[in-house]
Design a protein around this ligand. Sequence first.
Ligand code: ADP
Ligand code: 5GP
Length: 200
Amino acid sequence: MKQGLLIVVSGASGTGKGTVCNALMESLPELAYSISATTRSPRKGEQDGVNYYFLAREEFEKMIEEGGFLEWAEVYGNYYGTPLKKIQERLAEGQDILLEIDTQGALKVMEKCPEGVFIFLLPPSLEELERRIRGRGTETEESIARRLGAAKEEIGVGRKYNYVVVNDRVEKAVEQIQAILVAEHCRVEQNTKIFEVLEK
Ligand code: ADP
Ligand code: 5GP
């Protein structure tokens, strides 16, 4: 059986990762979403086990010690991590899995899984990024300033990824990611089995 693709989408906070990934998941029901664990409090409307696994710091630290994460990072004072077990299971079943994580986490995944597909989402401009963070209405002034300051530094990390998608319109960003996934499935490395069968 073909291994699934490990797809990583990241980019600065407020770029629209959550929005684009939700729309992508709706358009590709067979795609699995990696639910991260975090120590931050749930935002209005967020559900445990759906958006995140909301853990206490001690629980998160225990999971780190037990080697339960593919990667983890401290982002804006809270822990965030990608649980390893589900990812291994999904990939072995030949299912693609989508990780929506920050740039620190993505760099760690690049080291561990260089065969992954790394997609960097960019905002159309820094002004629009600020508008989006403010418009979301979930952050304090201090948190907005922190996220904007970090964003400028984070954007350069995008050069290390395989693909870059500008999130101007959500539908267009989703179409571009779909096209990336189609192309990735057509890579020769992804199709060694069919060569083996046909060359027998
Ligand atoms: P992230 O997950 O990267 O932190 P979100 O998905 O929460 O970002 O998006 C931040 C804000 O920007 C949200 O209010 C969202 O509705 C808005 N947004 C996302 N993508 C777009 C877009 N293409 N055009 C306009 N607004 C957008
Ligand atoms: P938020 O608190 O806005 O949901 O997320 C803050 C940041 O943490 C975002 O950049 C988001 O992509 C990132 N994040 C979410 N889950 C994970 C994860 O499992 N690992 C890492 N490294 N970052 C994550």
